[in-house]
Design a protein around this ligand. Structure first.
Ligand SMILES: [Zn+2]
Length: 415
């Protein structure tokens, strides 16, 4: 192929990918929105559509025991472990059309390119579309990549969604057998690597004016619930000097989280706050609020939490309020494999793109996959850094770069 023919083919791949992403967006549990919750009828229909595309591309494709779509494009060496490309097809409620689906559709484009050229790599190339990444329906991922990693949450069967549908019933309605979902595990014969292209879900690539970045790590996160107990009282009769106002103390705490996070290598957010008794003429007696702290380095996260805690103690003493601090969840950071980070960065360099490394502040299937195989992620610029929203948008030219990078990286590793 000449250079201009190659350019033409790459543009056609990207425009087909964009059309497929639009097509997938039409599979929804809620008309007028994009909602494909784990194990829902819309996800089942999207899975069926993808199965058809995979088979048309010459892949052997199936739904695994946990509801994930898996396609395989054979390699030349039967003994070589597959390179696994993937992402997820489930979405949050009223989500966007690129979070998850982009990585699956880009992977499909990579295999279609190989098939069209009659190219077989030494390693097989597999594509997986996880069925349960967002965790929207059952308070966290219950199957999906954790099933593939062979680490199901022990309580998954007893989880119930907002409509009262139990996880077992949902899995059964999806056409799966709850007793065999564990057989989706690849822990016994893991792939050689797991590669995922995903929208960035943040504004860094846009700010750097570059289409792609290489992920160094998926941030660890600590979530806490803080309760401050002061004294409720009449807003008219209690003099200012005698008050123990829980909301005033909590407000200083919120500002402290923001101030301390700004000088750390972490991000810190107070996103939930509840005031009691929550009345216009009553001094707040109790306030509960959340804290979410994330960092690619666990030590930095621990250090920031220590500083926040110390600042809170000082604030509580000054306002004569009681403070209770409860960690509600904690996950360690997951590093992408150094050799894959370098391979991805070399791929971008080969394409004439800058070496852009960044950490992922959001969780991804790579967390589970990292327990059985080395992982790498490429981030693709998205408009305004917006995600989990119908306004999610990517540029077709960036998608062209994304497919090209994923194809080159796959060939680099599987060739
Ligand atoms: Zn995602």
């Amino acid at each position: 192929m000449s250079g201009s023919e190659q350019g033409e083919a790459a543009r056609a791949e990207a425009s087909l990918a964009m059309a497929r992403l639009d097509r997938l967006a039409a599979f929804t549990d809620e008309p007028g929105r994009i909602t494909r919750l784990a194990f829902s009828p819309a996800l089942k229909a999207a899975n069926a559509e993808l199965l058809g595309w995979m088979r048309a591309a010459g892949m052997e494709a199936r739904i695994d025991a946990a509801g994930n779509v898996v396609g395989r494009y054979e390699g030349e060496r039967p003994d070589a472990r597959a390179i696994l490309l993937g992402s997820h097809l489930d979405t949050v409620r009223n989500g966007g059309r690129y979070d998850g689906a982009l990585g699956v559709i880009a992977a499909l484009a990579v295999v279609e390119r190989l098939a069209a050229r009659g190219t077989r790599l030494s390693h097989a190339v597999e594509i997986i579309a996880f069925a349960d990444e967002e965790g929207t329906r059952y308070g966290g991922t219950i199957l999906g990549s954790w099933a593939v990693a062979g680490r199901l949450p022990t309580d998954w069967r007893s989880r119930v969604d907002a409509e009262g549908v139990g996880a077992e019933a949902a899995v059964r309605a999806f056409g799966l057998d709850p007793d065999t979902v564990g057989t989706a595990s690849r822990a016994g014969s893991p792939p050689a690597a797991y590669l995922e292209l995903h929208i960035e879900q943040g504004p860094q690539l846009e700010a750097a004016e570059t289409p792609l970045g290489v992920v160094t790590a998926i941030a660890g996160a600590t979530r806490l619930l803080v309760t401050i107990d002061g004294a409720a009282g009449h807003a008219g009769t209690v003099p200012m000097a005698l008050r123990r106002d829980a909301l005033v103390a909590a407000s200083e705490c919120v500002l402290a989280v923001n101030r301390l996070a700004r000088t750390s290598r972490c991000v810190g957010t107070v996103g939930h706050l509840r005031v009691a008794p929550d009345a216009v003429n009553v001094i707040p007696g109790r306030v509960q609020f959340s804290i979410d702290v994330r960092s690619a380095a666990d030590a930095d996260r621990a250090a920031l939490l220590g500083e926040i805690r110390a600042a809170f103690e000082t604030i509580a003493a000054a306002h004569r309020v009681a403070l209770a601090w409860t960690v509600t969840s904690e996950t360690a950071a997951v590093a992408c494999a150094p050799h894959l980070i370098e391979a991805a960065a070399a791929t971008l360099a080969e394409m004439g793109l800058p070496r852009q490394l960044l950490a992922s502040g959001a969780g991804h299937d790579g967390i589970a996959m990292s327990t059985i195989t080395p992982i790498a992620m490429l981030f693709l610029r998205c408009a305004g850094g917006i995600s989990h929203d119908p306004a999610e948008a990517v540029d077709a030219r960036d998608v062209e770069h994304g497919i090209e990078a994923l194809a080159r990286l796959t060939i680099r590793l599987a060739g």
